[in-house]
Design a binder for this molecule. Structure first.
Ligand SMILES: [Fe+2]
Ligand SMILES: [Fe+2]
Length: 579
């Protein structure tokens, strides 16, 4: 019988490893979970224990969970402590729960969890303001560490100090140089959201009102995103946005958001973009970030990015797709927006669309990009799946803003100093005569190169990567989009999706040519890294597989590009283009 149990356990372990993509996507409260860890939504209720060797004298040893605070602000820590069990099972765990989840049957319905190790008597939680009461619970199993989880103890209810706390503050560029969008999230739309701003932190003499929006599970296309629950859709609160106008170029502004009724954020600051092309500007760019600790490189990278933003007065961040990897898990959007807040409240955070924001198979009538068909662009040669967990870009378009000269966040363009920057979507039809293609050509054609001599294009899936097994879509991007980029003398094409860094020579149709486009893969922003062998293609100048970010510093006559590793902030690749 015992051998039988171990065989079953082994089978379960193998199944767990194969299901990695589905299992590791939790951790909004700062807990890292490996794929083979238990419990998880697929095996939490199992009836056969993997670790039944420990015989415990009795249950009920854990009777109380103490919390260091009962009220918290977003991202504050709470310490949970208890008197340790003399013989915990290897898969005893503490979870954080919505208070309405039943204690007896809801063990698996946590928002996040941590296994309890032998002799462990406390744990630390990084609290998100989900605008609702929560509690910690301890679950164990029977005296042979087998069977279903049994409730042991819970904490007092913990609550946000203010459900209308102004959280997730972030900026975006508007249509004009004198405009900036300021956004935040709170629990209510009953009070008009506001931004107070001015030229010094002690004199926020201007005030502007904003508008509020939200979304429901039923607003999204399919799958997990349509289901309400602690590990799927949660009420996202209200996203409030104010448009600041009449801002002076290249000027530092101070601001706070909120209202007298609901309270105000701390005072943030930003520097508005210059209006002329005479100023040197700095941009930081990457793709594929995600939320730490699930994606271990994300937080260390955004910390480096913030340091660079402050040191070099960066004008904008370019995050070209695969933003939060929430994939239908609402709490992960909250975790991501909180993770980037210190940076995105200081510099416009310009996002492009990746497969993990958009790709879906059904429910196309809810697609905010208005692409035709139930799953949008699905050519026979494509490998477009359901990578957004059913979100079909609904959360990302509610949270982020962009200029309105294209199709929302899906394709748009903007000027910064001497650069014109264009985003297009590799998740949407990019074949000649498609609306996106026509818009892209019109935009590229209309650039005044005497005003913005540098033309930079950002998209998500790579046109070039010499890592074996590279995305099939790249071949078709080379066929249809590369001639367009070449024709209009694009200087730099940035893309991501493959989680690594690679730079090409100025290239056209796989050959290094004098007037080619320098293509750079920058998918190393934080999500678990890619691996594999390189093909040693002639056009590949430099590649590596590590976490990092890129820095573009440009004037009218010179564009310098630097790739920094996150680990030590050192520059590991750089090049310069001149006019
Ligand atoms: Fe990615
Ligand atoms: Fe991707």
């Amino acid at each position: 019988m015992e051998i039988f149990c171990y065989v079953i356990g082994l089978v379960f372990l193998v199944v767990s490893i194969q299901c990695e993509e589905h299992l590791y996507a939790h951790g909004p409260f700062g807990k890292a979970h490996l794929a083979v860890e238990i419990p998880n939504p697929l095996n939490c209720n199992r009836t056969i224990g993997l670790f039944s060797r420990f015989i415990r004298s009795k249950l009920g040893e854990i009777s109380e969970l103490n919390v260091s605070a009962r009220n918290y602000s977003n991202m504050e820590k709470i310490f949970v402590s208890w008197k340790p069990s003399t013989a915990p099972c290897k898969d005893d765990f503490i979870g954080i729960y919505f208070v309405e989840i039943p204690v007896s049957t809801g063990a698996c319905d946590y928002v996040d969890f941590e296994f309890v190790s032998h002799d462990q008597k406390n744990s630390t939680w990084s609290m998100l303001n989900l605008r609702r009461p929560l509690e910690f619970r301890y679950y164990s199993r029977d005296d042979k560490c087998a069977g279903k989880y049994i409730f042991q103890a819970k904490s007092l209810v913990v609550q946000p100090k203010n459900v209308n706390e102004a959280t997730q503050v972030h900026l975006a560029l508007g249509d004009r140089n004198d405009q900036i969008y300021v956004s935040y999230v709170s629990n209510s739309s009953e009070v008009t959201p506001q931004c107070e701003y001015g030229l010094s932190s002690s004199s926020l003499s201007f005030r502007v009102n904003g508008t509020s929006i939200t979304y429901k599970a039923s607003d999204m296309c399919e799958g997990k995103a349509n289901k309400t629950g602690p590990q799927t859709f949660i009420n996202p609160g209200y996203m409030h946005t104010m448009l600041l106008q009449g801002l002076r170029p290249y000027t530092t502004y101070y601001y706070r958001v909120g209202s007298d009724e609901h309270g105000w954020s701390v005072i943030h600051q930003f520097i508005n973009r210059p209006s002329s092309n005479d100023e040197r500007v700095h941009l930081l760019a990457y793709g594929d970030m995600g939320v730490s600790p699930i994606q271990s490189g994300a937080k260390p990278t955004i910390d480096r990015v913030l340091g660079r933003v402050i040191a070099d007065n960066v004008t904008a961040i370019l995050h070209i797709g695969d933003i939060s990897y929430a994939r239908g898990i609402g709490a992960l959007w909250e975790g991501f927006m909180s993770q980037i807040e210190a940076t995105a409240a200081r510099v416009p955070y310009m996002v492009g669309i990746g497969n993990h924001e958009y790709d879906h198979i059904t429910g196309g009538e809810k697609d905010p990009s208005k692409a035709p068909g139930p799953g949008g662009f699905r050519p026979s040669w494509g490998n477009y799946g359901s990578d957004s967990g059913g979100e079909c870009a609904v959360p990302v378009v509610h949270r982020f803003h962009s200029p309105s000269n294209g199709n929302g966040l899906f394709w748009y363009s903007f000027d910064i100093g001497a650069a014109h920057i264009v985003y297009f979507s590799t998740e949407h039809d990019f074949l000649p005569s498609s609306p996106q293609y026509l818009w892209l050509e019109k935009d590229l054609k209309s650039v005044d190169r005497s005003r913005t001599p540098w033309l930079i294009v950002g998209s998500h899936r790579p046109m070039y990567s010499s890592l074996e097994g590279t995305d099939i879509v790249g071949e078709h991007l080379q066929e249809y989009i590369e001639p367009l980029l070449y024709k209009y003398h694009v200087d730099l094409h940035l893309f991501a999706h493959i989680h690594s860094y690679e730079r090409t020579c100025p290239v056209y149709q796989k050959r290094c040519v004098k007037n080619g486009v320098t293509q750079v893969l920058i998918g190393m922003g934080g999500h678990d890294l890619s691996n594999g062998k390189y093909s040693h293609a002639d056009w590949s100048v430099y590649h590596d597989i590590d976490y990092g970010y890129t820095h573009i510093s440009l004037t009218k006559t010179e564009l310098s590009f630097y790739y920094h590793h996150t680990s030590d902030n050192k520059i590991v690749d750089q090049f310069k283009l001149t006019k």
